[in-house]
Ligand binder design. Structure first.
Ligand code: SF4
Length: 457
């Protein structure tokens, strides 16, 4: 009899939907059906059991080909690379669990590495603004139950987070929003007529790179002052209409994406968006939330902040004395200055996402990829170590885009012999201790237990 797993989490986008139902064959090896997921989430589960998975670590040979090696050999190779390097960079972590993020800290400290995650090239500017100006945010549950004005600024969830609108923000019926989308007004601010703009009640086509000017106009109009006829390509009437809608709303939720934090102004755009949210709270309830990309990219921000006090770009080259200085200790800046001498790509694809000059610099040194899949990073690596797919073959805690922890489940076994990221990092740590003739120190992260207990209740 096939088995149906319920309340399964989806390991793809930052919406981290946890209402999936996965039907698994009676031998527990095949995924027969995926229910409730969008097309992308559906594919993630079916992809895991497709033929062609890498089941053993692969080491690059002199002729450029890959040769299968054992996990013990891969662990030994990685431990030696980390110990030999003066400043290794360990980067990625968008697609793994918090347990692995905690475990990697031990090898980063031992190897004097820089720990960095995908925020370095996506929502890093948001962190800088939040440090300066606070984060008046909320949970997606509050949005579903309370929000009656939804603003999507510089993001396109209909493509990037396909169930964001249907599960949390626009269409669902909540406690105070019983008529679903009929209770809500959606404002989309984007230079393009995206599919999200098409479901909005109002679309403001801001000129590219002029979001800061438009925020200024919003704040000025909110305070009852005159604004010019056109600001950043948006007519005054549209701005005043949006402000009136927000003022009349009972709960305004502003969601913003990379269109805001990676266009001209970057962290300053997010800073003024937070200021607008604060201003709105003088007349109604308003919140703001970053549309985080991967299902657990909020995770390293949490785990490493507990451990080191910083969410990304964490330089541990002085041991446990961490410091963070984006622009200096960020992966791409280190690569461009040739200021790191080993690169470990974990649960992401730096080969596809980094600028080519940065990849060329990094390839001058050992490059190890730890990822279940074949990707551009794995194909240019010296060593590729496959691991189980979190959320499909490995359980664990993940943080949704609203920083709510969720316990993700395992629904099938990984291919025989394939281990998890967490186990791999622990084995690398033990090997580093053996090579340096030191005793391993296992500091437990009580916060992970709290997260587990919260989500299991
Ligand atoms: Fe998965 Fe995102 Fe689709 Fe939800 S919206 S099912 S998390 S890909």
């Amino acid at each position: 009899m096939p088995v149906t797993h319920t309340q399964v989490g989806c390991p793809y986008c930052g919406a981290s939907c946890d209402d999936l139902e996965i039907v698994v064959s009676d031998d527990g090896k095949e995924i027969l059906e995926v229910r409730n997921a969008c097309a992308i989430g559906n594919e993630i589960f079916h992809h895991a059991t497709k033929p062609g998975r890498v089941k053993l670590p692969r080491l690059r040979q002199e002729d450029g080909s890959y040769k299968d090696i054992s996990y013990d050999e891969a662990v030994d190779y990685t431990a030696k690379v980390l110990l030999a390097a003066k400043k290794p960079v360990i980067y990625g972590f968008g697609s793994t669990n918090c347990e692995a993020m905690a475990a990697v800290g031990r090898i980063a400290e031992k190897g004097g590495a820089v720990l960095d995650n995908c925020a370095s090239i996506c929502h890093g500017p948001s962190f800088l603004a939040i440090f300066d100006n606070g984060y008046p945010s909320c949970t997606l549950g509050e949005v579903k139950n309370r929000a009656d004005v939804i603003v999507y600024w510089g993001c396109n969830p209909m493509h990037a987070h396909p169930r964001h609108a249907s599960r949390y923000a626009v269409f669902p019926r909540g406690f105070f929003t019983r008529r679903g989308h009929k209770n809500r007004t959606v404002i989309c601010i984007d230079p393009r007529e995206t599919d999200t703009a098409k479901i909005a009640n109002q679309h403001q086509m801001v000129k590219q790179g002029q979001d800061y000017d438009l925020f200024n106009a919003f704040r000025t109009a909110l305070r009852g002052h005159e604004i010019p006829e056109v600001v950043a390509g948006v007519p005054r009437e549209q701005i005043l209409e949006a402000i009136e809608t927000m003022k009349k709303g009972r709960f305004v939720a502003i969601f913003y994406g990379m269109g805001l934090c990676h266009s001209d102004g970057r962290n300053h755009n997010v800073d003024i968006a937070i200021s607008l949210t604060r201003d709105l709270n003088a007349v109604t309830k308003a919140t703001i939330m970053a549309m985080r990309g991967h299902y657990n990219i909020a995770g390293p921000g949490q785990v490493w902040s507990w451990s080191y006090g910083f969410p990304y770009c964490i330089d541990l080259s002085k041991g446990t004395q961490a410091h963070m200085n984006p622009g200096d200790t960020s992966s791409i800046d280190l690569a461009m200055r040739n200021d790191c001498d080993a690169f470990i790509n974990v649960g992401t694809d730096a080969g596809a996402h980094f600028p080519i000059p940065a990849v060329k610099q990094l390839r001058k040194h050992p490059w190890i990829t730890i990822d279940p899949n074949i990707c551009m990073a794995s194909e240019i690596s010296d060593l590729h170590i496959p691991v189980g797919v979190v959320g499909v073959e490995v359980g664990g805690v993940v943080y949704r885009m609203d920083n709510v922890p969720i316990q993700f489940k395992k629904v099938i076994e990984p291919p025989e012999g394939v281990i998890s990221d967490e186990e791999l990092f622990n084995r690398i740590y033990v090997r580093m201790c053996e090579l340096t003739d030191t005793e391993p120190v296992w500091i437990h992260h009580p916060a992970l237990d709290v997260a587990k207990a919260t989500t299991e209740e």
